[in-house]
Each structure stands twice: as structure tokens, then as C-alpha cells.
Design a protein around this ligand. Structure first.
Ligand code: FUB
Length: 520
């Protein structure tokens, strides 16, 4: 995947013959192939659960062994939360980790997924976790539903009255009413009548309507939506609406035309921070296609009557919500775009960026350095000789504001913290973490943080009250006598270094006394 992604970067940068380099932000994940997005908003965070198309195909068909999870709070920088669930977590399954959906309920998270059973045929299981990123465990030890006819692509929604519904299926559309425990259901499986009025006419006679698979069920402003993948193949995305959770459904038209080089498409729709987002997949990464898909996102606005506009696939994706704060811990696997980098499970928890080679890089979009950064701290590990993290602004060859040297630590998961000074980084920029060094893998990268550049505004103003007076003089005296180790103001220590020689001593006291007496 690494070299193909380097190629992706090249193609996306120069492909449009733009005068300046404009990097794409769709697909939202470039480290692996992802498919079948299922967004979920929880606690102010937008999560997206995805399938995972393996690089190496088996039998030239969907080769999917686990599911993945990503999160974002700005819709452009996505944090890799790893693999919360695999088909091997279901003892009764033998493969095919196809399209699923996760939902919070009862203080837990329920993940509904289709897999192929050991005794043949696909069925839907349910896994449960205490956290959105898992780990999830099979809740039943057996399938939740198994009709024997195309039990794939579950979608789940809990209505305002607390009743949860699970819809699924290809070529049929089925539903059950889930019980409050979310792992059992009441009544029997209902087959939704597939009529042209409900799901649209099909241009081929192989099925009764345009409904193919991949339903996405939700309610918005009192209207129930069934977004689905429409056929014939190659798929488009269409939708139907209803005034009730179980229909009757009225076909409302196409949302996303057939585009993007994958014969399937699969949508997930969510509102987040006052905007609406449409997730889907295509074959946009190098070597991409029907079995090597990638999840993308588009921001859109519903029409005033609640209908969808037409949404086309773009390489630009949604606008960033706000900016990224560099003065807190940021994960190296929080990525807008990257070249050559992969992610893996980290011994310190979560994931880390790894398999880093000379010239690889990570772009983090819209980083607000404010008044300026003074230092950079990085958590790194290397079983080799290390390398450098170059901190560049706005492009891979942009202004170099710092270089953090990484040395060998004796192991790829033997972590240490390295620091370097930073200068010239202020305001909002795209941050490029560019990795340089010798040959082979250089180091792994877990997290980083910047420190603010705090410049004293008024030399001698030790308590930060914007005047240099007798109180500051008393503080200086106490400091020199060892009675206090710091000054109340955030910039006190630097403000106390009046002669600028890097230490606070009797010389500063003398300058201070002279300034105070002369009124300077
Ligand atoms: O990813 C495998 C299958 O392809 C999904 O279950 C369908 O929705 C289609 O995207």
C-alpha cells in the first residue's frame, strides 16, 4: 500500500495541472482501503465505522476480515482508532466482515455486522462494547438474524419512543423490531414490499425495483429516510421516505449518481455540529476499484422540504470545522492526508504511525499556532537509527519551523520523548510532519504537542499586572533569596531576566532596582 499511496499523492497533486499544489482530502483514509462507511455521532465526536478491503485479494472477490473505526471533531483530520472488531470475534463465522453499523444504547455500543457462517450463508451478528472504539465482543455467541436469504448490510435506528429497528438485506429488504436489550427482537422478520412506487423503477428486469442493498435508516425532522444502494450495477445511491418507521415508503430519487470506479457504493448520513454529511465509498486510491474501495465524505444541505440535493463525489470533501489546537496532545495517527505512512497498534495504547521512511509525511490541516510556538515534543520509538521530524508549514517544502532529531531507542515500541525548538510558526497553517533520514524504516511516532512561545510584554512585570512596581521588586527579592521558585505571572521567569542572559540573578536585581528608581 505504501508505494501506491506515494503515487496517489503525486497524481492528486499534479493531476489537475493546477498552478499551485492543491492536495485532496477525499478519501478520508489513505493508509488502507476502507469501505461501507457507517457514521455515528457520540459525545461531540463524529465516528465512522468502516469495512476494510485487504490489499491482497483472495479469489478475486471482496476480501474483508475486520472492521475499522476513525474519529474526527473537524471533519478533515481523522484519527485512526484501529480495529474494534473482526470476523474472528464471532466463533460461528468463517469470514466476510461486510457492511455494519454501530449505535449507542443502554450506556453501551452495539455493532451489527454481517458475516459468513461456518455452516454457510451470511447472517447478522451483534457485538457490544463499553467504548466507541471497542473492543467489541459477540453479544450472543450465535447470529441475531438469519433468514437464509441475503442477510447483509444491517442498519439500526432508535426512534423517539425508544423502539429500535434493524433493517437489512440484498435482494430483499427486511426489518425486525429490536427489544430494549438491543440483542434480541420481538415478532417475526418482516419483508418490506419492493414496489416501484416505494423504491423506484429499475432500468433492467433482473429485480423488481432499483433497491439493491446497503440500506441506511434514520429520521430527521419527523421524516423517516431509507437511503440505499440502487441498481443495476454499477450502483448509485437513492432514497425513499416515509411518515412512519415501517413504511409505506415513497421513492424520492437518486442522491449520488454512479461514479468513482467501484461497482458498489454504500452510504451513511449524519448531522454533526449543525452540518449534514454524506459518507460513501469509491475506488479513488491507486489500484482502487470494486474490491479496493475508499471511504469519502461530502458536506451537503437538505432542501427546505427535507429532500436531498444531488451529491457528486469530490476529492475536496467537507470544509474544516474550526481549527486544530497544537498545544494539546495530538495523535500522530490524526491525519488529513499522508504519504507513505501506515498505522499499527501501539504498546502505549491506541495506534501509532509506523513504517516511516525517508520522505514520508503527514499533513494535519488548519493548525492554529496563535501567537507562536516555541517548542515541539514528540513521542517516538526506533529499533533502527531514527531520523528527523521536519515541521513545515503549508506544503512538504514549505517554511521549516523546527527539526526534531530522533535517535534509536532499541525497539519499535520502546518509546521516548524528544523535543526541539520551534520558531516562525504563528497563525493558522496546514502542518506537514515530514520524515527524513537514512534508508529503511526510520522510527515510529505515537503523539506530539507544541509549547507556546510566551514572550514577556513588560520586562520586570513579575506578577503580570502590567506595571513594574514595588510588588515586583519584592517578588524578585524573594526569588533570589529562594523563598519562591516562580512568579505568579505565566511569563514571570522570563520577565525577571532583565539583562537577557538566560538566568535570573543579582545582576537582574540591580537592573530592576535602577529601572524602578529611574522610572524606566
Ligand atoms: O463490502 C461488501 C459489500 O459490498 C457490502 O456489504 C455491500 O453494501 C457492498 O458495499
Amino acid at each position: 500500500m505504501k508505494n501506491m499511496l506515494k503515487l496517489a499523492v503525486l497524481l492528486l497533486v499534479v493531476g489537475l495541472f493546477l498552478p499551485t499544489a492543491v492536495y485532496a482530502e477525499n478519501p478520508i483514509v489513505q493508509t488502507i482501503y476502507t469501505a461501507d462507511p457507517a457514521p455515528m455521532v457520540y459525545n461531540g465526536v463524529c465516528y465512522v465505522y468502516t469495512g476494510h478491503d485487504e490489499d491482497k485479494l483472495e479469489n478475486d472477490f471482496f476480501t474483508m476480515k475486520d472492521w475499522r473505526c476513525y474519529s474526527s471533531t473537524d471533519m478533515v483530520n481523522w484519527t485512526d482508532l484501529g480495529s474494534p472488531l473482526a470476523y474472528t470475534d464471532f466463533s460461528w463465522a468463517k469470514g466476510d466482515a461486510w457492511a455494519g453499523q454501530c449505535i449507542p444504547a443502554n450506556g453501551k455500543f452495539y455493532y451489527y455486522v454481517p458475516v459468513t457462517q461456518r455452516n454457510g450463508g451470511m447472517a447478522i451478528g451483534v457485538a457490544v462494547a463499553d467504548n466507541p472504539a471497542g473492543p467489541f465482543k459477540d453479544a450472543l455467541g450465535r447470529p441475531l438474524v438469519s433468514t437464509g436469504t441475503g442477510d447483509i448490510d444491517p442498519t439500526v435506528f432508535i426512534d423517539d419512543d425508544g423502539q429500535a429497528y434493524l433493517y437489512w438485506g440484498n435482494p430483499n429488504l427486511f426489518y425486525v423490531k429490536l427489544n430494549r436489550d438491543m440483542i434480541s427482537y420481538s415478532g417475526s422478520v418482516v419483508k418490506v414490499p419492493l414496489t416501484v412506487e416505494s423504491f423506484g423503477a429499475r432500468s433492467k428486469n433482473d429485480r423488481p425495483t432499483s433497491y439493491e442493498e446497503g440500506p441506511w435508516f434514520y429520521k430527521r425532522s419527523g421524516l423517516y429516510y431509507m437511503v440505499f444502494a440502487g441498481g443495476p450495477i454499477s450502483e448509485h445511491i437513492a432514497y425513499s421516505t416515509s411518515t412512519g418507521p415501517t413504511g409505506p415508503w415513497k421513492y424520492r430519487g437518486k442522491i449520488m449518481p454512479t461514479q468513482g470506479g467501484s461497482f458498489t457504493n454504500h452510504a451513511g448520513v449524519v448531522d454533526y455540529k449543525g452540518n449534514s454529511y454524506f459518507f460513501y465509498h469509491n475506488g479513488a486510491l491507486p489500484d482502487g476499484g470494486g474490491f479496493h474501495r475508499s471511504v469519502c465524505a461530502e458536506q451537503f444541505k437538505y432542501n427546505s422540504d427535507g429532500t436531498f440535493p444531488v451529491i457528486n463525489m469530490t476529492s475536496g470533501g467537507p470544509a474544516q470545522i474550526g481549527t486544530l489546537n497544537p498545544y494539546v496532545r495530538n495523535e500522530a495517527e490524526t491525519i488529513c492526508w499522508e504519504s507513505g505512512v501506515e498505522t499499527e497498534k501501539c504498546s502505549e495504547g491506541g495506534m501509532n504511525a509506523g513504517y516511516i521512511e525517508n520522505g514520508d509525511w503527514i499533513k494535519v490541516k488548519g493548525v492554529d499556532f496563535g501567537q507562536g510556538a516555541a517548542a515541539f515534543e514528540a513521542r517516538v520509538a526506533s529499533a533502527a537509527d531514527g531520523g528527523n521530524i521536519e515541521l513545515r508549514l503549508d506544503s512538504t517544502s514549505g517554511k521549516l519551523v523546527g527539526t526534531c532529531k530522533v535517535t534509536g531507542t532499541g525497539g519499535w515500541q520502546t518509546w521516548t520523548t524528544k523535543t526541539c525548538s520551534v520558531s516562525g510558526a504563528s497563525g493558522v497553517h496546514d502542518l506537514y510532519l515530514k520524515f527524513t533520514g537514512g534508508s529503511g524504516y526510520l522510527f515510529n511516532f505515537n503523539w506530539y504537542t507544541f509549547t507556546k512561545d510566551v514572550t514577556p510584554t513588560l520586562a520586570g512585570d513579575l506578577n503580570g499586572d502590567a506595571s513594574v512596581d514595588a510588588t515586583d521588586f519584592a517578588l524578585m527579592k524573594m526569588y533570589l533569596l529562594g523563598a519562591i521558585q516562580d512568579f505568579p505571572a505565566e511569563n514571570g521567569l522570563e520577565a525577571g531576566d532583565l539583562n537577557g542572559d538566560g538566568i535570573i540573578d543579582a545582576l537582574d536585581f540591580a537592573v530592576f532596582k535602577k529601572n524602578l528608581l529611574s522610572g524606566n
